[in-house]
Design a protein around this ligand. Structure first.
Ligand code: FES
Length: 576
């Protein structure tokens, strides 16, 4: 696409470096303090590399060296690279949940871009929440930017078996709880399941968010599946650097790339991949930052008409390395051209249709042919009913099909500590037909809506061979998880949603084909319970936790903060 180029004087950074005044003297002299000369930065686009590297983010250990590859590309294209460390949201170590900090990180990204002399940015993220956080901040700030996904780690191995992040942990933990896996075997699995830098290599949340970012048009073509330690990843990093320089000259910013249809493309990719339910919350929030309204109905409508083509764990058999070798996301989406808005713009400067033109599938067992899909419709469904008036979601391609229509008595836990304390109590009145209900795990209640939604199955049932149960909560679920887990119930229990009023023994009916969830309690009985209900005490009395609980929206609204929603633009720094 031919685009008018800006002059050096029109670059945003010129305000810092260009004028002949006292402040600019300071900016130039302090840049020279770092060893740079005028020839390094004068009149050149300043491209920030927002790096989410951290020793506490195990998935991003390659980001220090990868930032050097990005710099190489920026220098090649005539830009001035500046590496800027930003908050890293490592999924493994952050407690109670990294989701509590997604919005804090998004605020940091937005303000970091705003307050510095930055013309464009390469956003380096991958581990789950880093992706929406970087994009939410960047969309709001609306500077030219390109996303570099961390890339998946190598496949896990145990003996001759491929291990998938998360998914096989749950599987073998269940075997261990059932007494069928030795301690030595468990230790061998621990040694082999995470063998390199990179994100979870199943179609978990990280791989899903990378894919939807590519489908949105915010990565270069093919970027979302390149394994983290593949040489092609270094080359992609350099390409991102080069492209960011061009985007700075073109002022090619998110508001010139994104449309509502870009987000619909992302939803189609999500469904065809049978990706993580977490992407629903993040995409709604990201669209909101870009000024578009995405609803649960959009997800359900697209799910009904999108076949699942990716045979990837946890819903399928293969891992991300296989997906990349089979042709990756462009090959998969090239089969769904009639379902996509091909004229949407992308960071490459080409349309989305041009990006995927000619992309071939090399292995049909990994990427199924359009006329032989793994499932005729998308991997998840949005349910509504008197238990979830504002909706809830279920990943029905990753559960036992006998639960697609099911009615069972509730076994209720008032919060996660209650669940942990009682789930393995031998006297718990629970059977394979019961419906486990967890309250107090939503955005406000937990707070932060942790990934507790794959509620544990009691050891007594595991030993009896039960591997799935209907489970309902206002929590989220890891993208690597599976099971008949109804998630994101809205409104959540802690703000008085109907889930708060469910008691042991109440019958709950799940009907996925009809998109319905029904709580068999009369309106009069529900009213009596509501009159007796009191909201729980907020967990945080001060600080960020208090801000979060007061400002976070519900799951169906994306869990962004109300004061961060798209609205009047924030002034640029104008006092130098
Ligand atoms: Fe980082 Fe899964 S733990 S992507």
């Amino acid at each position: 696409m031919a685009t008018a180029r800006r002059t050096p004087q029109e670059l945003r950074s010129y305000r810092w470096f260009g004028p002949d005044d006292l402040r600019s003297f300071g900016h130039r002299s302090r840049t020279k303090q770092m060893g740079y000369g005028s020839e390094d930065f004068a009149g050149k686009p300043v491209v920030a590399i927002l790096n989410t590297w951290s020793d506490l983010n195990t998935c991003h250990t390659h980001f220090r060296e990868r930032a050097e590859d990005v710099k190489r590309g920026i220098y090649q294209a005539g830009g001035f690279p500046v590496e800027v460390p930003v908050m890293s949201l490592g999924e493994q170590f952050m407690k109670p949940t990294s989701m509590l900090y997604r919005n804090l990180s998004a605020m940091e990204i937005e303000e970091t871009l705003r307050c510095h002399p930055i013309d464009a940015a390469v956003l380096m993220g991958g581990c789950d929440k880093t992706v929406p956080a970087l994009l939410m901040g960047a969309f709001t700030m609306d500077l030219p930017c390109v996303f570099l996904p961390a890339g998946p780690m190598l496949r896990g191995r145990w003996k001759t078996e491929t291990l998938g992040s998360g998914s096989d942990v749950w599987k073998y933990w269940a075997e261990r709880c059932a007494g069928r896996l030795s301690c030595d075997a468990w230790n061998e699995i621990e040694d082999g399941i995470a063998r390199s830098a990179g994100t979870c290599m199943t179609m978990g949340t990280a791989s899903t968010m990378a894919a939807v970012t590519e489908a949105l048009g915010m990565t270069l073509p093919g970027a979302s599946t390149i394994p983290a330690v593949h040489a092609a990843h270094s080359r992609m990093a350099a390409a991102c650097g080069r492209r960011a320089v061009e985007m700075a000259w073109e002022d090619f910013k998110p508001s010139r790339i994104l449309r509502r249809e870009s987000f619909l493309n992302a939803v189609t990719a999500l469904m065809a991949l049978s990706g993580s339910t977490n992407a629903i919350v993040h995409l709604i929030a990201m669209a909101g930052r870009a000024g578009f309204r995405l609803t649960l109905e959009d997800f359900d409508a697209i799910a009904r008409e999108t076949p699942v083509l990716a045979n990837l764990k946890p819903a399928g058999k293969y891992v991300m390395e296989d997906f990349h070798d089979a042709g990756g996301l462009p090959a998969l989406l090239n089969q769904l051209r009639d379902r996509l808005h091909l004229d949407c713009q992308t960071v490459s400067g080409q349309t989305f249709g041009e990006n995927i033109d000619g992309a071939e599938v090399y292995q049909n067992e990994v990427i199924a042919p359009r006329d032989h899909p793994l499932s005729p419709e998308g991997g998840m469904a949005v349910l509504r009913g008197n238990l979830a008036p504002d909706g809830c979601v279920i990943k029905h391609t990753a559960m036992e099909s006998r639960f697609l229509r099911h009615t069972g008595p509730a076994v209720v836990f008032k919060d996660y500590p209650d669940l942990k304390a009682r789930i393995d109590d031998e006297s718990l009145p629970i059977t394979a037909d019961s419906v486990i209900v967890l309250q107090g795990a939503g955005p406000v209640g937990a707070p932060g809506m942790p990934e507790w939604g794959m509620l544990p199955i009691p050891k007594r049932l595991l030993k009896a061979g039960v591997r799935d149960l209907v489970r309902i909560s206002d929590a989220r679920m890891s993208g690597t998880s599976y099971g008949a887990c109804v998630l994101h119930v809205a409104p959540e229990s802690s703000i008085g949603g109907p889930l708060a009023l469910v008691r042991d023994g109440d019958l709950i009916e799940l009907d996925v084909p009809a998109r319905r969830i029904h709580w068999h309690v009369s309106e009069s009985e529900a009213a009596v319970r509501r009159a007796a209900w009191t909201p729980p005490e907020p967990r945080f009395a001060r600080g960020y936790g208090k801000l979060f609980s007061e400002q976070v929206t519900q799951a169906n609204e994306g869990c962004d903060f109300r004061f961060l929603h798209h609205g009047p633009s924030t002034p640029e720094p104008d006092i130098f």
